[in-house]
Design a protein around this ligand. Structure first.
Ligand SMILES: [Zn+2]
Ligand SMILES: [Zn+2]
Length: 132
């Protein structure tokens, strides 16, 4: 399955759908996506193949770690994300996939920041912050 940026220069390829899909309502995901929440599919890092030129943006996290974004220098779309909290997995924003298959968020995190008109009906786990 392929996920690509707006202009198509940068893409990520993964073996198939995953159940590890998270909707996050934190301020950083809101800012990154420009949307009320971010949704991403998470894969073991070695299952993600990146093609194209990427630039890196790193931000500190509230847990004292860092969160890395690889984005397309031409169109600015973030294609992969990786944090020091879970260094073995790479997140890919859900909206970048050509075929979303059966991927839908099973977890909704940072619910206290959720815009009141947003509901994630597929979420079976809801957390007020990034962890239970
Ligand atoms: Zn691009
Ligand atoms: Zn977030």
């Amino acid at each position: 399955m392929k996920a690509s940026c707006q202009c198509g220069q940068l893409s990520a390829e993964v073996p198939g759908p995953t159940a590890a899909v998270v909707a996050c309502h934190c301020r950083a995901c809101q800012k990154r996506s420009g949307s009320p929440f971010g949704a991403a599919a998470y894969y073991p890092h070695d299952q993600v193949t990146l093609t194209g030129e990427a630039k890196r943006f790193t931000r500190p996290t509230d847990l004292g770690g860092t969160f890395d974004h690889l984005f397309c220098p031409d169109c600015g779309t973030t294609v992969t994300m990786r944090g020091t909290k879970n260094p073995d997995v790479t997140g890919i924003p859900l909206g970048l996939f050509e075929d979303v298959a059966a991927m839908r968020p099973l977890r909704s995190v940072w619910e206290e920041r959720r815009h009141d008109w947003v509901d994630i009906p597929t979420a079976v786990q809801r957390f007020s912050r990034g962890r239970p």
